[in-house]
Design a protein around this ligand. Structure first.
Ligand code: AGV
Ligand code: CA
Length: 323
């Protein structure tokens, strides 16, 4: 039997971040060491409450949570930050307690440092919000890079345009990379084994009515909760910058997907930290650092995998998906 992969999950409390937590907890052979929150595309109190409730609902009250105290210079729009408040307002979530889940007294980047120091084998870090917590942890203590086996980060737009639409921006950056451009640059340059899951890959995975229907057809407690969360995203303006995609969900799937179902590219990636393209992640042989990114995935496979793992009873661990 293969031993479970130790994972730290840093998310930023968005609808798909919370769905990603639910999904991660249901993937086989994963040992979640802790969940950290970046106060970015959310209000941190909402993100903390929903995280503790999802951990409780799935029988994972032993997993500690730590809230980040660091912020980036480019805040998310308040409407987006408020949207995931609905997640702890659904009936199942309202009925679920939160207080059995421990909240760490230390800030997320410090908790990460101590978790990496005490880890007996290298840890995988899944990140679905801005890179601030991890970039700070590794900048302060570069020796911890060797305790990280890989970082899977939903961030960046390498060969496609970005999704930032702001007055002082040219649209080339992805939001997680833009929120804290210096953190993005520090992470890319840190030497850590980094796999981006950028818009290049996630653009093939919009949240479609067909996907929501397939999920709803499973008609189970887990699929119903997930479907309710996603239902709150369909009111978005139907343009590229506002459409909801399976961004964080794909990144979570990367921890369990067979290699044959995705294409990975490697190259020298640089990060801009100044206007008008702050947070842009672009190919540049002169100033870039060598990292990898997911450039393409089998979208049908990913959707089927997500529907499979996001169904069933909250208490059960599904058997491995085969398709
Ligand atoms: O850029 C994608 C990232 C993902 O981590 N987030 C949302 C996902 O959690 C920012 C974002 C981009 N477009 C958005 C976003 C939108 N239309 N609504 C909310 N957040
Ligand atoms: Ca996110």
């Amino acid at each position: 039997m293969t031993s479970a992969t130790p994972v730290i999950f840093d998310h930023d409390g968005g609808i798909d971040d919370l769905l990603s937590l639910l999904l991660l907890l249901r993937l086989p052979n994963i040992d979640v060491l802790g969940v950290t929150i970046t106060p970015a595309d959310c209000y941190p109190d909402d993100a903390l409450l929903s995280t503790r409730k999802i951990l409780t609902l799935t029988g994972n009250t032993h997993i500690p949570v730590s809230v980040g105290q660091l912020t980036g210079p480019n805040p998310f729009p308040p409407e987006w930050r408020a949207q995931p408040k609905m997640c702890h307002a659904t009936p199942v979530m309202l009925r679920t307690a939160h207080d059995s889940v421990k909240v760490e007294p230390t800030a997320a980047h410090e908790w990460m440092q101590s978790a990496l120091v005490s880890a007996s084998s290298p840890v995988t870090i899944l990140m679905t919000g801005p890179a601030t917590n991890l970039a700070t942890a590794l900048t302060q203590q570069p020796e911890l890079v060797s305790k990280v086996s890989k970082v899977v980060w939903m961030g960046g737009a390498v060969k496609v345009k970005g999704n930032v639409a702001m007055h002082d921006h040219d649209g080339s950056a992805e939001w997680n990379a833009y929120w804290d451009p210096k953190a993005t640059k520090n992470l890319v340059d840190s030497g850590v084994n980094l796999l981006l899951v950028p818009l290049d890959a996630t653009n093939d995975l919009p949240v479609s009515w067909d996907f929501l229907q397939k999920l709803a057809d499973r008609n189970t407690p887990v699929s119903d909760l997930a479907g309710q969360f996603w239902a709150s995203t369909v009111t978005a303006i139907p343009s590229y910058e506002f459409t909801y995609f399976l961004w964080d969900i794909l990144s979570t799937c990367i921890l369990a997907i067979p290699d044959a179902k995705l294409s990975i590219e490697t190259g020298q990636v640089a990060v801009s930290t100044t206007t008008p393209n702050a947070g842009q992640t672009y190919l540049c042989d002169e100033t870039g650092s060598q990292i990898s990114w997911v450039s393409k995935v089998d979208a049908d496979y990913v959707r089927a995998m997500v529907v499979y793992y996001l169904s069933g009873e909250f208490s059960e661990t599904p058997v491995t998906f085969v398709n």
